[in-house]
Ligand binder design. Structure first.
Ligand code: NAD
Ligand code: WQD
Length: 336
């Protein structure tokens, strides 16, 4: 079985390539390396002992992508390629809609042209906006609060309309919560450009000495310790979820929407403590103002994903922090 992985050199994509290769799939990656390094794919090959076919191209380059489809016969596509920084999306909405939405249009058009109708799409829990209650279920109202989230919702809507027109598609929309951690080999992990936006990479970089301290964005939320609560899901569990989604989709034509998270809410302080335990390092922090647009708490109800995929995350916050720390220690400057 041949699988096209768009954005496969990136954080979640590279971890998913490992699971695909280990399960016996052939993997073709396209990526323009805007936010990644081809080194990640070399490391995936090292971990698995298997080869990846890699095309460096922009997903919006229809001619180049058409050639990839001509040269390969795909049984399915996992579509990770896109831009993902919430704050940046507010400053560069055109770029976000262009890459995330237009890029997905091009991909789906070529899939149709070449008769490949199995697609797993990376959506995000951000499409729920601020939920009225938690845990979050898949049928909750959708109300993204920024251009990034709205671009994801647009693609979801587009995919639903494609399916309505032709029900022979097999489409999986996966809404991830907060992916974190790294492969336990320490060879691949998250490698953000510049100052990390997300909590775990920031804590890791404090632990490795790149920053003096963590700034905790608010301790006056109505949560168990006042800091923001999120659902941190180990990236390897998440990667396995993609494989199981592909397998579920292969059984019948359908459109599936699933939340992928751990089902547990952890505060910022909880994660700091878990990281301190994993790294035996003190993580100094100061409490600063809330970050604009942040919500108090978010975590998923895992019941539906478990029922449909038989998927249950295996790893907890301690394992997330141990693996994130191993990756950070072995690669203080990421893939450079
Ligand atoms: P990432 O930035 O590490 O991976 C995305 C990959 O897409 C990168 O390798 C990047 O170079 C590539 N890419 C970007 N623009 C491209 C273009 N025009 N053409 C070809 N390739 C392009 O991010 P990630 O964390 O691995 O996220 C993967 C997907 O999951 C994204 O769609 C993201 O929106 C979604 N997602 C991520 C998170 C998260 O917190 N990491 C949460 C929810 C959803
Ligand atoms: C987690 C918690 C912060 C950094 C974002 C996107 C979402 C998804 C995942 C793509 C919050 C706090 C953080 C710091 C802090 N991405 N924090 N100091 O905001 O839940 O989600 O990434 O789809 O769309 O919005 O994740 O890691 O930024 O924050 O105190 O330096 O850590 O306030 O409570 P978030 P995060």
């Amino acid at each position: 079985m041949n699988i096209l992985v768009t954005g496969g050199a990136g954080y979640i994509g590279s971890h998913t390539c490992i699971e695909l290769l280990q399960a016996g799939y052939n993997v073709v990656v396209i990526d323009n390396l805007y936010n990644s390094s081809s080194q990640s794919l070399k490391h995936v090959e090292k971990i698995t002992g298997k080869k990846i076919t890699f095309y460096e191209l922009d997903i919006r380059d229809k001619k180049a992508l058409n050639k990839v489809f001509e040269e390969n016969c795909f049984d399915g596509v996992i579509h990770f390629a896109g831009l993902k920084a919430v704050g940046e999306s507010v400053k560069k909405p055109m770029e976000y809609y262009n890459v995330n939405v237009y890029g997905s249009f091009i991909l789906a058009e070529l899939m149709k042209k070449f008769g490949c109708k199995t697609l797993v799409f990376s959506s995000s829990a951000t499409v729920y906006g601020e939920p009225n209650v938690i845990p979050i279920k898949e049928d909750f109202p959708l109300s993204p609060k920024n251009p990034y989230g709205r671009s994801k919702l647009m693609v979801e809507t587009y995919l639903r309309d494609i399916f309505l027109e032709n029900e022979s598609w097999h489409i999986g929309i996966l809404r991830y919560f907060n992916p974190a951690g790294a492969h336990e080999s320490g060879l691949i992990g998250e490698d953000p450009n510049g100052i990390p936006n997300n909590l775990l990479p920031y804590i890791s970089q404090v632990a490795v000495g790149k920053f003096d301290k963590l700034k905790i964005f608010g301790d006056d939320y109505k949560t168990h310790d006042g800091t923001g609560v999120r659902d941190y899901i180990h990236v390897v569990d998440l990667a396995k979820g993609h494989l199981m989604a592909l397998e579920a989709l292969s059984k019948k034509s359908q459109i599936l929407t699933l939340n992928l998270g751990s089902g547990r809410g952890q505060s910022v302080i909880d994660m700091v403590k878990a990281f301190e335990k994993a790294s035996s390092k003190k993580i100094p922090y100061e409490i600063v103002n809330r970050r604009l647009g942040d919500i108090p708490a978010s975590y998923t109800d895992t019941t539906f994903a478990e029922k449909i995929l038989g998927w249950k995350p295996k790893y907890d916050e301690n394992k997330i922090c141990e693996d994130a720390w191993r990756w950070q220690q072995n690669n203080p400057s990421g893939y450079e």
